[in-house]
Every structure is written in structure tokens, then in C-alpha cells.
Design a protein around this ligand. Structure first.
Ligand code: SAH
Ligand code: SF4
Length: 369
């Protein structure tokens, strides 16, 4: 069944100026926008009647015109390792996935930026789903709101002290290429970082790009978050095959953009993500070539065991070889831990997300479900 159309305007995802002008348009003073911001993003309150500092007389009109709606939860799955995956449904019935990965020291929320992806990295499940559309700022912030609601991490909820909250970090590593949806991602992250709301520090946010070189500088300057780059290969020939955006922005340009990334230095390094693909990019020679390639750059490696999905032609590297590979990088002075796969049993690990269910595909192609 299609979601009911909500006639009220959703305030989630508006920046401060937009919120103030919405309220000015109904004759409210700027302080009302400040109050609302605090209720929405500091307390996570959705009911205008629970916003006790807002004059009772002002509430009926607010309720009539506005809402603070989150995306609907189509499905929630929990892995045996505690990883949680939400399939979220937006107003137009499109869906995207959000994943929470618990760590020993709290955990990270993996947020999507698009429904599907225009790029088709050959080892990525998301890449097999066509891009449907960019997510709006509201839908990106909405993923954080859903996760926080779910863990009761608002001060008026279970009153979990900030230092003990489960969601301590955000990784823009879900479905889609965040730098192809720059404006909405920037707007959403600014809302999430705003000190009078959710107030997550930029140091706790990492954005992963497949290598959209022309947007990297702006990402550092205008958003200021940590950067991760999906490298996956030590030469252009192989990277052209694995990460096809390389044909547009080859390694030389990508590495130069990394060298110039604002805020990157030896104390705050860019992460190079490297999926370990058996017999494809995991030889000793590949590791040595990588050391040569990144010499002098403020980077560290994150070796990701390949996460399988139905129909893929790739296999994960032999664990012994992955260890050797990591050891060679270490000897070359590079940090290169092998990541422990999380949430594989619910298809929630890196590169496994996909939201065009069989049912949706059938609907699109006119077949009966
Ligand atoms: N689109 C962005 C972020 C999303 S994916 C990007 O490409 O950077 C997060 C990371 O998982 C990326 O480094 C991606 O290349 C990697 N990845 C994709 N498919 C994978 C798979 N099947 N196994 C392991 N890692 C994968
Ligand atoms: Fe898109 Fe990233 Fe998957 Fe490549 S790895 S297809 S850029 S989501």
C-alpha cells in the first residue's frame, strides 16, 4: 500500500535559516525557530504539545502546518553480532538502508546518501542497483533520528549520558556516492553537527568516496569531516575495472586531491579502503606497489574482507594472504588493520546494501508481485 500523503511540511532537514523563514511566514519571531530546533534535535521530540517552552497558544497552528517526521521503518533486522539494519521507506515509497555497527567502544551508524548508485564498482552489491534518486537532507538526517529513537538516545528518553550513547560516530558509507549528492549531504551533516542539537563532532564523522576528485576539496573545506577513499587497486589498469570512476579521475589526480585534502596530516590521516579480492588485488607485489604509490601521503589503510552477495564473481582473499598483505604494508610504515566483517548474516556489511526488493523490481517492470 502506498504511504499516505502528509499535507504538513516536514521540518526535519531544514537548515536554521529555512526554519526561521517558515516560522516568519506565519508571524512567529526568530526565537521560536531556536526553541523548535532545540526540541527537534536536542531532545528528539516529535509532538508539539510536548514542547513545553513553546507557548500553548502557538501550538495549534504549528501542529496544523508542520511535522517532524522520520522515514517509515519497512524492516528492522538484527545480526547475531548485534549489528542492526533498517530498511527505511520515504514518502515516495523509495527505500534505502541504514546500518548500526556496535563496537567495544560504542559504535557507528552507517548512513546512505542515495537510493541505489550511479557508479558500478564491480564488487559492490549496491552498484548492481540503478540510481533511483538522491536522498534529501531530510531523509539523510532522518536516518540518524530513526536510529536515535530506536536506542532512546535523547536526553528526555532514557537519559543516556552523552559519553555512554551507542551512536558515537557516523560513517557516510551506506548506499550511494555521497559526493554526487554534495549539497544534501552537506546540509544534513551540518544539522547533525550543530552544537545546539545532536552536536556530533566532525572528528566523529567519516565520509567515504569512490574518488569524485572535483568535490574532494569542497568536502574538506565546507564540511570538514574525515575522508575515506575507496582505493582497492594499486594501478590504473586494475582500478579502471574495479572502480570505473577511475577512468574519469585516474589515480594520479585522486592522489593529488588526497595530498591537498584540507585538514589531512599525519595526526589525522585519510583512510584508504581496500577490499581484499582473492587473486585480483591481494598479491605481495600489489602490497609493495601500494607502498610506493602512497609514499609521502598522510594516509592509513583499512583492509576490508570481501563481503559476498548473490551472483558476484569475486571471492574473499585467503586469510593467511590477507595477513601477509597487511604485514607488508606495516613494514612499509603504513597502518593496515584487517577489518572484522560485521552483520554479514543480514547482508549489512560493507558493499552488501541494496534496497530494490524483488517486489519493487516486479512492480517497476509491470510484472505481478
Ligand atoms: N560509495 C562510497 C561509500 C559506500 S561503500 C564509496 O564507494 O566509497 C563503503 C566501502 O565498502 C567502500 O570502500 C566500498 O568500495 C566497499 N565495498 C563495496 N562492496 C564491497 C564488498 N562486497 N565487500 C567489501 N567492501 C565493499
Ligand atoms: Fe556506489 Fe560505492 Fe558501491 Fe561503488 S562502492 S557502486 S560508489 S556504493
Amino acid at each position: 500500500m502506498d504511504a499516505e500523503i502528509n499535507p504538513r511540511k516536514n521540518l526535519i532537514g531544514l537548515d536554521r535559516d529555512e526554519l526561521a523563514s517558515e516560522l516568519a511566514a506565519i508571524g512567529e519571531k526568530p526565537f521560536r525557530a531556536k526553541q523548535l530546533w532545540h526540541w527537534m534535535y536536542y531532545h528528539g521530540v516529535t509532538d508539539f504539545d510536548a514542547m513545553t517552552t513553546i507557548a500553548k497558544a502557538a501550538r495549534p497552528l504549528l501542529k496544523e502546518l508542520f511535522c517532524t517526521e522520520r522515514p517509515d521503518i519497512s524492516r528492522l533486522e538484527t545480526s547475531e553480532d548485534g549489528t542492526r539494519k533498517w530498511l527505511l521507506k520515504f514518502d515516495d515509497a523509495n527505500e534505502a538502508e541504514t546500518v548500526y555497527i556496535p563496537e567495544t567502544d560504542r559504535g557507528a551508524l552507517c548512513i546512505s546518501s542515495q537510493v541505489g548508485c550511479t557508479l558500478n564498482c564491480s564488487f559492490c552489491h549496491t552498484g548492481t542497483q540503478k540510481l533511483v534518486r538522491n536522498l534529501t537532507a531530510s531523509e539523510i538526517v532522518g536516518q540518524m533520528m530513526v536510529a536515535r529513537d530506536s536506542y532512546g538516545e535523547w536526553p528526555l528518553g532514557k537519559d543516556v549520558p552523552k559519553s555512554e550513547r551507542m551512536i558515537s560516530n557516523i560513517v557516510m558509507m551506506g548506499m550511494g556516492e555521497p559526493l554526487y549528492n554534495f549539497d544534501n549531504v552537506k546540509k544534513a551533516l551540518k544539522i547533525i553537527m550543530d552544537p545546539e542539537g545532536i552536536s556530533l563532532s566532525k572528528r566523529r564523522i567519516t565520509l567515504s568516496t569512490s574518488g569524485v576528485v572535483p568535490m574532494m576539496q569542497r568536502c574538506g573545506e565546507e564540511i570538514g569531516v574525515n575522508l575515506a577513499v575507496s582505493l582497492h587497486a594499486c594501478n590504473d589498469e586494475l582500478r579502471d575495472q574495479l572502480v570505473p570512476i577511475n577512468r574519469k579521475y585516474p589515480l594520479k589526480e585522486l592522489l593529488e586531491a588526497c595530498r591537498q585534502y584540507p585538514g589531512a596530516n599525519n595526526a589525522n590521516r585519510i583512510t584508504f579502503e581496500y577490499a581484499m579480492l582473492k587473486g585480483v588485488n591481494d598479491s605481495d607485489a600489489d602490497a609493495r606497489e601500494l607502498i610506493r604509490l602512497v609514499r609521502g601521503l598522510p594516509v592509513k589503510f583499512n583492509l576490508i574482507p570481501f563481503n559476498p552477495w548473490p551472483g558476484t564473481r569475486f571471492e574473499n582473499s585467503d586469510p593467511k594472504q590477507a595477513k601477509r598483505f597487511s604485514g607488508i604494508l606495516n613494514k612499509g610504515g603504513l597502518s593496515a588493520p584487517i577489518r572484522v566483517p560485521r552483520g554479514r548474516d543480514i547482508m549489512a556489511a560493507c558493499g552488501q546494501l541494496k534496497s530494490d526488493s524483488e517486489r519493487q523490481r516486479r512492480q517497476k517492470t509491470g510484472l505481478s508481485a
